[in-house]
Design a protein around this ligand. Structure first.
Ligand SMILES: [Zn+2]
Ligand SMILES: [Zn+2]
Length: 157
């Protein structure tokens, strides 16, 4: 998706609208490639003023990733709205929205996605997936008084 700059320039201050889909196959997220489920829905409005374009950009869609607690595969729905100021002096005939859409999706993604709000995650001590069942037998995390070495120390004192 893109805005034609010559049209925007003919009417400074007047907003032009674009609605459509940006076909992104994946988005880069901290060195990881997250696949998108379907296209990104985009609603954009832009106007030209003094060699700048002011863009209101709304992106929404769904992305495939892993739960930050239990690592299960999940789909995160995202929605993000941004107001951007893009300098366009000396640029080409178009304002391409794709890079703006990509950064909008990145900003929309949760830094700690959860497969469900009450995900119990994986026990750091025994590695059991606590959504599926209990700790492994003898797991330190299930001992009532925590670190056994501290218990011995208390006995000595
Ligand atoms: Zn989870
Ligand atoms: Zn455990």
């Amino acid at each position: 998706m893109r805005f034609e700059l010559s049209r925007l320039r003919t009417a400074p201050g007047r907003p032009f609208r674009l609605t459509g889909q940006e076909p992104l196959s994946s988005v880069e997220w901290w060195g990881e490639d997250l696949p998108l489920v379907g296209a990104v829905e985009v609603q954009a409005s832009a106007f030209f003023q003094e060699e700048r374009v002011f863009v209101t950009l709304e992106v929404s869609g769904r992305v495939r990733r892993r739960c930050s607690r239990c690592l299960a595969e999940m789909v995160e729905a995202f929605h993000h709205r941004d107001f951007l100021e893009v300098p366009v002096a000396g640029t080409g005939a178009y304002l391409e929205l794709r890079p703006l859409v990509e950064s909008g999706v990145r900003l929309a993604l949760s830094s700690r996605p959860l497969c469900r709000p009450d995900c119990k995650g994986i026990c750091p001590a025994c590695g059991a997936d606590l959504n599926r069942g209990d700790h492994r037998p003898g797991c330190e995390a299930t001992r009532p008084h925590g670190d056994p070495r501290l218990e011995k120390l208390k006995d000595l004192l």
